[in-house]
Ligand binder design. Structure first.
Ligand code: ARG
Ligand code: ZN
Length: 497
């Protein structure tokens, strides 16, 4: 699979430059990974992307995708060569307008060698012309491209971009997006942000979507299919665009009865987390069969299975909570997943209390009591679960328990100040669990090292009753299962299917 194209004369030119120090003359190759210990090959080194312009065409009947990606980036070092993460077939690459040689390597690396090395700290424009059948491509033996009877969906975590656009695929490199997709008339194409315009020509309709706030690659979504699209505005003024496959069958009513409440729930969550960080909100329900939903920025992906047992506002709250915790403030490394899942789960607990289906404390008591000390549940530390357990139940349930422990320790005033202050402090950026601890310490004026260690990092059931707060007196009783429990747990159906 490895094919390197060496530009004619490159070797001769290199030998002429031998007298000049290597770093100045030829730069150095960018690293093939951004440096995430969980996923060493994900993302790349040496540059930072600020904007992706994707101009695509997709044919559902054959799963053929073709397009041109234009990336605006800035070098962070001298570069003789750099990588993008990508699986489709590349026809041409240009760097600053000049054809560049390229080759594939590793599982998903596209190695690009510009004709002349790029100096550090300069703007660079990369154009990649490509095509391919995404469903025929895999890396590490898997694919996250989901074909449906009427189209396809790209929505997965931590990787989904490789199957449809070349990128620096790691949340550390967030960028803005223009996603323009032509599909056969009668079919719709969805992506993040705002629909700027549509146009029709010769049997094809083009949809032009724009997200003008920084967005992680895994939160960038594409859905093609036959959708019914609804639009509105929340009471608080947030524009909402939702979409439902025309083929949801028995799940159609429950899906709409849940997702149509997006505006109401965005406004409700704003009360806890502060102003909604994006210019648009909404969700889509294609006819996929995955067990999970995903917090794709501004346009949440829901599987119809989320609604197979009736309406589920809890999963909507979970994914919308991620818009603040995960999308606005993104993790620095995948080990920081607790910042995403612990808080999205805790938002479900808050919603449960609001709905009278169990208080946050009752849910915390239930999680604590329902896992005995020898349950492997306690061996997964949510603060650093490891790549294999990144989406383990413990990250969610013990993760939310840790949030309740924090609340009981610092008190409601400081806790809710942290909850609301965090998305503002790191707005549109990245932060780690260590950053969160530092911020909670700053706001509460307390030292929280032992608390975080006990609830997030020790692979044993905490003996300390911090998460039991006022309920500590009832520690010997087994608490009743809160009424919201089943719906809350159904959110990470991902573990069973
Ligand atoms: N962040 C998603 C959620 O909790 C989980 C996605 C897990 N996806 C997966 N393919 N394992 O809503
Ligand atoms: Zn989640």
């Amino acid at each position: 699979m490895h094919r390197r194209i060496i530009a004619p004369g490159a070797l001769a030119a290199a030998s002429l430059l031998l007298a000049i120090p290597a770093s100045a003359a030829s730069g150095t190759p960018g690293a093939p990974g951004i440096g995430d210990p969980y996923y060493p090959a994900y993302g790349n080194g040496g540059y930072d992307v600020s904007h992706y312009d994707l101009r695509l065409r997709y044919q559902p009947a054959t799963d053929e995708l073709e397009g041109t990606a234009t990336l605006l980036a800035r070098t962070t070092q001298d570069l003789s060569r750099f990588d993008l993460d990508f699986l489709l077939d590349v026809a041409e690459v240009r760097v600053n307008g000049v054809p560049a040689s390229f080759a594939t390597s590793g599982q998903h690396e596209l190695e690009i060698t510009p004709r002349t090395p790029l100096p550090a700290n300069t703007p660079v424009t990369v154009v990649v012309r490509y095509s391919g059948v995404p469903s025929t491509k895999s890396a590490y033996g898997f694919s996250t491209w989901h074909r449906t009877p009427d189209g396809a969906v790209a929505a997965d975590e931590p990787e989904s971009a490789w199957w449809w656009f070349p990128s620096n695929d790691h949340p550390l490199d967030k960028a803005t997006y223009d996603v323009s997709v032509a599909v056969p008339d009668g079919t719709q194409a969805l992506s993040n942000g705002t629909l700027q315009s549509t146009s029709s020509k010769l049997g094809w309709t083009r949809y032009n979507w724009r997200e003008n706030k920084p967005q992680a690659t895994y939160l960038t979504t594409l859905a093609v299919g036959r959708f019914d699209i609804t639009t509105g505005t929340s009471e608080g003024g947030v524009p909402v665009v939702n979409a439902y496959s025309r083929d949801l069958g028995d799940n159609d009513g429950a899906a709409r009865a849940s997702v149509e409440r997006t505006g109401e729930l965005v406004d409700w969550l704003s009360g806890w987390f502060g102003p909604y960080p994006f210019g648009s909100a909404g969700g889509y329900v294609p006819n996929t069969t995955t067990g999970y939903a995903l917090e794709t920025q501004t346009r949440v992906y829901y599987s119809p299975r989320q609604f197979a047992n009736g309406s589920n506002t809890s999963v909507v709250v979970h994914e919308l909570a991620h818009q603040w915790y995960g999308d606005d403030v993104s993790l620095k490394g995948w080990k920081d997943i607790w910042i995403n899942e612990g808080f999205a789960r805790y938002a479900q607990w808050l919603w449960s209390e609001h709905e009278g289906e169990g208080t946050t404390q009752e849910l915390a008591d239930y999680v604590y009591a329902s896992h005995p000390a020898d349950d492997p549940f306690w061996t997964v530390p949510p603060g650093d679960p490891g790549p294999d357990d990144q989406f383990d139940t413990a990250v969610y349930d013990r993760g939310a328990l840790a949030v309740q422990a924090l609340r009981n320790t610092v008190g409601d005033d400081a806790f809710f100040a942290v909850l609301k202050g965090w998305p503002r402090k790191y707005a549109y950026g990245n932060a780690s669990v260590a950053d969160f601890r530092a911020y909670a310490e700053e706001v509460s004026g307390r030292s929280l090292g032992a608390l975080f260690d006990t609830w997030l990092f020790q692979p044993v059931k905490p003996a300390a009753p911090a998460a039991r707060g006022a309920s500590v007196a009832k520690a010997s009783q087994t608490p009743a299962r809160p009424r919201s429990w089943q719906r809350i747990e159904a959110t990470n159906d991902v573990h069973t299917g």
